[in-house]
Ligand binder design. Structure first.
Ligand code: 4AD
Ligand code: MG
Length: 453
């Protein structure tokens, strides 16, 4: 017999039947039969499947004391022969030898025991939760999503610009920023962690035309909601000579492209994460709507008219100029339209200083993409390319003009019409993984009063 070292996902092929197999992995569960045989389920993370290992009586005898260390979480190397169990209609390994790498100290205290754990419990053991099926599934989908976002922008001829993390200015003009307090001496200026790399990205759009960035950004608002993190990842784009419809189209294409790839490469994980719907069609209904680019595109003004008709069900009165809040978003995407929404041309006073003012002078050429159950996924706009209007906005929003000197120079030296958007990466991941709390889709969450790992 030939000895072959295999990963679990590779050993299931027929040609391995009756061959000696060697695998490395971790124990998920173990159970003993009355006849004295033990069954253990092993995983190695590369596939969502576990493989069943049978340890017959004679081997148990041979293993002696070792057998008691075979508990959930124990890491080991298994040698055995792959065979097809006709009774259970599945392949299993008939163990001939076991090498334990690491046993579990105090198995009854192991925080990731095989029983059901709430996501809240798992959050408190963020260093161990990657071992659970749910976090593994989310991690694999995250990987597909990142790889394919890059693939999409490569195909569309966008250049990736890694914009800085340390900054001296507030991109949005109204954010709470984390200040690097003891580094002022180092820079001879107050340094902060960036809330968005957009302004730096715009500088590269004025040369390479189509650019994007993807990296961590930081927000110090003390919001403890299910969709806010203090550290999250954002993908931003800038398109030289682009208009609002260009960024809307590229957003839709990007979402459609990535969701298609996820159904292709992560069907097993998606099926696991949407357990109530077994059938492919039902399971992926919402994802398919995005793939087919079924969005409602509508002006802010029209949204207000729709909400006004249902004014009574909302906390505050509905009138032109209000911010669209979570309860409005929920009503619109889950009850009224039952589709993702693109809200265009919002009131200027609610939006950032860099957004391009429309002819009516009251609104800006903006767009926000709102998903059912999640809320805002993407925010973007045409950028104000007229230095006079930009300066007026800076003054009106009470920002310090001097600080934005280099950004203003982009308007003085060959200014161009351009537009861009920012995608909240974890919010998108929440949607596609059916996760209710953003803290469960980022490997190690950081939020107000929480910096545990
Ligand atoms: O709407 P925001 O604040 O837009 C910007 O930062 C622009 N500079 C983007 C651009 O045009 N280049 O943030 C963009 C997206 C939001 O739509 C939301 O999905 C996500 O980032 N986001 C958050 N995600 C998690 N935690 C937070 N605290 C978030 N704040 C915003
Ligand atoms: Mg926004």
């Amino acid at each position: 017999m030939k000895n072959i070292n295999k990963k679990i996902k590779n050993i299931f092929s027929k040609k391995n039947i009756n061959k000696e197999i060697e695998i490395n992995g971790w124990i998920k569960t173990k159970r003993n039969t009355k006849k004295g045989t033990s069954f253990i389920d092993i995983y190695d993370g590369l596939s969502i499947n576990h493989i069943q290992i049978t340890i017959k009586k004679n081997i148990i005898k041979k293993l002696k004391k070792k057998i008691k260390y075979l508990t959930s979480g124990c890491s080991l190397k298994i040698k055995g022969v792959l065979n097809y169990n006709k009774k259970y209609k599945k392949k299993e390994i008939n163990t001939t030898n076991i090498k334990i790498f690491g046993k579990i100290k105090k198995p009854n205290k192991y925080p990731i025991s095989p029983k059901y754990h709430t996501l809240k419990h798992l959050r408190n053991v963020s260093h161990l939760r990657p071992r659970t099926k749910i976090i593994k599934a989310i991690s694999k989908i995250r990987n597909t999503l990142i790889q394919n976002l890059h693939t999409f922008f490569l195909k569309k001829n966008f250049y990736w610009i890694p914009t800085p993390i340390i900054t001296s200015i507030d991109t949005e003009g109204y954010s709470k920023m984390f200040e690097l307090k003891n580094k002022k001496l180092f820079f001879n200026k107050k340094p902060f962690l960036t809330v968005s790399g957009q302004l730096n990205l715009e500088s590269y759009a004025c040369s390479l035309s189509n650019v994007y960035n993807f990296g961590p950004v930081f927000r110090a608002e003390k919001s403890n909601t299910k969709k806010h993190l203090a550290e999250f990842w954002m993908l931003e784009t800038e398109i030289a000579f682009g208009k609002l419809h260009n960024i809307i189209n590229i957003s839709k294409e990007m979402l459609s492209f990535c969701f298609k790839k996820i159904l292709k490469y992560n069907y097993k994980e998606i099926k696991f994460l949407f357990p109530k719907n077994n059938k492919y069609n039902e399971t992926c209904n919402n994802i398919k709507k995005i793939i087919k680019k079924e969005f409602i595109e509508i002006n802010y003004k029209e949204i207000i008219k729709i909400l006004k008709k249902k004014e009574k069900i909302f906390t505050n009165n509905i009138k032109w100029g209000i911010d669209i809040s979570s309860e409005h978003e929920k009503y619109l995407t889950e009850k009224y339209f039952k589709l993702p929404l693109i809200i265009k041309n919002s009131p200027k006073k609610n939006k950032a200083f860099y957004m391009k003012t429309n002819e009516d002078k009251k609104t800006v050429s903006s767009m926000d993409i709102i998903f059912p159950t999640i809320g805002e996924i993407i925010g973007g706009s045409e950028r104000e390319d007229n230095i006079k209007i930009l300066d007026k906005n800076i003054n009106k929003k009470k920002l310090i003009k001097k600080k934005y000197w280099w950004y203003r120079e982009l308007r003085k030296y060959g200014t161009i019409p351009h537009a861009g958007f920012g995608l909240g990466f974890e919010r998108l991941l929440m949607y596609i993984t059916n996760t209710k709390n953003i803290r469960d889709v980022i490997p190690f969450p950081r939020y107000h009063n929480y910096l545990k790992f």
